[in-house]
Design a protein around this ligand. Sequence first.
Ligand code: PRP
Ligand code: URA
Ligand code: MG
Length: 207
Amino acid sequence: MDVLVVDHPLAKARLSTMRDARTDSAAFRAALHELTVMLIYEATREAPVRTERIHTPVARTDAVRLANPPLLVPVLRAGLGMADQAHKLIPEAQMGFVGLARDEETLQPTPYMESLPDDLSDRPVLVLDPMLATGGSMEYTIRLLTGRGATDVTAICALAAPEGLKHLEDSGLPVRVVTASVDERLNDSGFIVPGLGDAGDRQYGAR
Ligand SMILES: O=P(O)(O)OC[C@H]1O[C@H](OP(=O)(O)OP(=O)(O)O)[C@H](O)[C@@H]1O
Ligand SMILES: O=c1cc[nH]c(=O)[nH]1
Ligand SMILES: [Mg+2]
């Protein structure tokens, strides 16, 4: 499985703000917005493009556009904090939504919302979720997508745990991961260490 770690100093700085327990909700959301721009920018570096001839005020030249704009899929709640920034970078993208809440006893994802196009064949998909912990929520989401024909899925995460990456790799699903950090491990409660806590609660308050 292809894993790209975006360890640019500016990405590390935003992630450090998110990790710091003193960072309040507004500052946490702002840092996630800025980090999302960097993650999407790197994730789409090799995206196929098409060209068309345009006129500048001075001469004719080639204009470059994405050949096949992706579907963006934020995983609620925490992934909502990445949706607007991703959409600003790729304004021609469509957006689907998946709502999952991890059961904190069993660590299994409980679905509560799904709004996706029926046919995703030939369409790249960017799944937006800041946290890849056990990998259960991402696996659930990717199975929804591959069930609709998706074959080109990229998971965009602020943080990934080694356990979650292994889980996805073992699943055999067609996914690439772009993250700002692969952290040390999960703790006994399934939280990423050192991590940043609960990314949903830190943006929106405790459920
Ligand atoms: O890899 P996993 O072990 O499945 O954990 C990761 C999931 O946990 C968080 O969501 P959470 O269930 O806390 O919901 P929230 O976004 O509403 O807080 C996170 O945003 C992921 O979706
Ligand atoms: O560390 C973690 C693990 C799962 N979900 C989170 O929001 N944080
Ligand atoms: Mg949460």
